[in-house]
Design a protein around this ligand. Structure first.
Ligand SMILES: [Cu+2]
Length: 112
């Protein structure tokens, strides 16, 4: 019984260590659009979204389902880490006035 618990503990430590591995997805904003129209991430796995604004004007990074609403200044790089809890397709858009209508939309796809 004790042996079994130790094994579990070691497994947990190992998984924790692996979870620290860098898991980054880059999303580039350029010319009033998201260069990556679809971004795939895994359910239950922490992922760092590296949002790079390459335009000389402000954008915003918005995902309603994750309650994410972050403004980006011109040429700003924003890194945020999320852990998606549910598989599905979640709409990304730029909340700057008129940008979403101009086609600044994308999709975060959380795979099982
Ligand atoms: Cu924008």
């Amino acid at each position: 019984m004790l042996r079994f618990s130790m094994l579990h503990l070691l497994l947990a430590l190992w998984l924790t260590a692996c979870g620290g591995a860098s898991n980054t997805q880059t999303i580039t904003m350029k010319d009033m659009r998201f260069h990556e129209e679809e971004v795939h991430v895994k359910v239950g796995q922490p992922v760092t979204l590296r949002v790079v604004n390459q335009d000389g004007y402000a954008h915003a990074f918005d995902i309603d389902a994750f309650d994410l609403h972050r403004p980006l200044s011109a040429n700003e790089i924003l890194e945020l880490t999320i852990t998606p809890e549910q598989a599905g397709r979640y709409r990304i858009y730029c909340g700057a006035p008129g940008h979403e209508a101009a086609g600044m939309v994308g999709m975060l796809i959380v795979d099982e």
